[in-house]
Design a protein around this ligand. Sequence first.
Ligand SMILES: [Zn+2]
Length: 275
Amino acid sequence: MADNGSANAPRPDLSLAGRTVLAVFAHPDDESLACGGTLARLADAGVRVVLMCASHGEAGSISDAALVPDGDLGGVRMRELRDAAAVLGIADVIVLDHSDGNLRWKDSPQFENEIVDAVRRYRADAVITFDEDGLYWHIDHIGVHDRTWDAVASMGADAPPLYFVTMQRGVMRGIVNAAQLKGGVSSFWGITPDAFGLSAPRPSFVIDVRDWVPRKLAALRCHRTQMGADNPMAWIDDDEARQWLGLEQFRRAPIDAAGEPLLEQLGEPEPQHAD
Ligand SMILES: [Zn+2]
């Protein structure tokens, strides 16, 4: 870590107060998994954090059918999302009604217009979304990356800085191993843990969120319909979460943007992990 990177001696972040950051993701729980620590840290620094969720997540699996007695998974996941947003200090949640599973192909002009409208309405000083790897090549996540990039770039000189978030390679494998040592997780959501970060573009800075990791984990666990015994996040404790989830990594999109750097103010130089 850089010598000024101690989570116990944070910089004052005063210049962030009063700013607005718009985070655009695909499903309820993406916000917590991808960068819940950064969103909470921004909120604590006085930033108005606005979350746009493109779908209700109605096509997801359900950890326990008793959690969705009326079969309305999208409705339940909305309540879970609002609980998670409250934990992270998110000021406003915008939920769009695009169909879960079709985000890469359907409703492109409409979705891009909705993103531009939100940037303008909230006067967003920065936008965060997935990088081109969609965390683990999730097709909806890649769709949201594409739509958000096109939407923000279309604003030309009015575009705020756009940031792409990825997960560090090996992190999810570490979490799964920790969970398995406790007897949990035989099959992880049907996703190989090694897919996370495997092809992530190189980040240009990381944000130390170790002090915010308990809230990140608590926010993840608000998504109860996703938090069955096969989810490693259900098994790890705060110390393990701090070890594996304490750094969130970003790069800035190569677009012309008028705004001054924002997320970089919380950042450390690029991580030292092996390629
Ligand atoms: Zn997702």
